[in-house]
Design a binder for this molecule. Structure first.
Ligand SMILES: [Zn+2]
Length: 263
């Protein structure tokens, strides 16, 4: 007879999507299941800055660290939808400066980026142990946060041709309906973006943000084969991922995506 094992319900497990098999790269895109936060923050909200109960967020962090013990020191940002990228060290990791990209060349410093529909981008040059994490909403995409992130990694010694990128769970073209004016602006301001925009209802357009980001990463010097896309559309899969649109624009919890090299 098989030993009796109680399968734990899906909702009690922390879901972490990964892009790379290398165990030396500590990384993942965390879903919303497996935490203790409630209501709009249910349940694995890891942000202290969205109005969630601090004790619940503490408990969520404890649960996460049980799953990923290397997540000791996590450098975070005050995200503002721009293209400023900060370099984090062990000494500056606690500062939480304003910006939308964070890079490091110090093993042991983990980078955390928060999102709920915006595009999380994780970057690694595994040879030189340089990592980057970027937050790209539509404003950040227009500001080319992807290119800025790659350049900031290069300043720390990374080689763009060796950088691998993982573009994570975020709103898909299926659901990212915007005013046609914004679709036109993408087409005007970003090379090739017209190919990733299609007309919607009268006066509306659908933009494929992940595809635009992929183009930007290639223009910054990444090999197409080194860019991968992970996970579903956050609005379509709002049971697994926080989605601002699924919450009709109201404040929600935020999922964290993280990357770094263990010390
Ligand atoms: Zn969708």
């Amino acid at each position: 007879m098989e030993p009796h094992t109680e399968p734990s319900p899906v909702s009690s497990r922390v879901e972490i999507l990964r892009a790379w098999p290398d165990t030396s790269i500590c990384h993942g895109f965390i879903g919303r299941a497996g935490g203790v936060s409630t209501d709009a923050f249910a349940s694995m909200n890891l942000s202290y800055w969205v109005g969630d109960d601090e004790r619940a967020v503490d408990t969520n962090w404890k649960r996460l660290r049980r799953e990923v013990p290397d997540l000791k020191l996590v450098a975070r940002l005050n995200q503002v939808h721009g293209s400023v990228v900060h370099a984090a060290t062990r000494d500056t990791a606690g500062l939480r400066p304003a910006g939308d990209g964070i890079v490091t060349a110090e093993p042991g410093v983990m980078l955390g980026i928060f999102s709920a529909d915006c595009v999380p981008i994780l970057l690694v040059d595994a040879k030189r142990k340089v990592a980057g994490a970027l937050h790209a909403g539509w404003r950040g995409v227009i500001a080319d946060i992807a290119g800025a992130g790659v350049r900031a990694m290069a300043q720390l010694g990374a080689r763009p041709s060796d950088i691998r990128a993982a573009i994570g769970p975020s709103i898909g073209q299926c659901c990212f309906e915007v005013d046609a004016e914004l679709g036109d602006r993408f087409g005007r301001e970003i090379d090739g973006a017209r190919n990733h925009t299609r007309a919607g209802r009268p006066g509306k357009a659908f933009i494929d943000l992940r595809a635009v980001v992929r183009d930007q990463l290639e223009r910054a010097g990444l090999a197409p084969a080194n860019i991968t896309s992970v996970g579903p559309c956050t609005q379509c899969a709002s049971d697994r991922f926080f989605s601002r649109r699924a919450a009709r624009g109201k404040t929600t919890g935020l999922q964290m995506s993280f990357v770094g090299f263990a010390a």
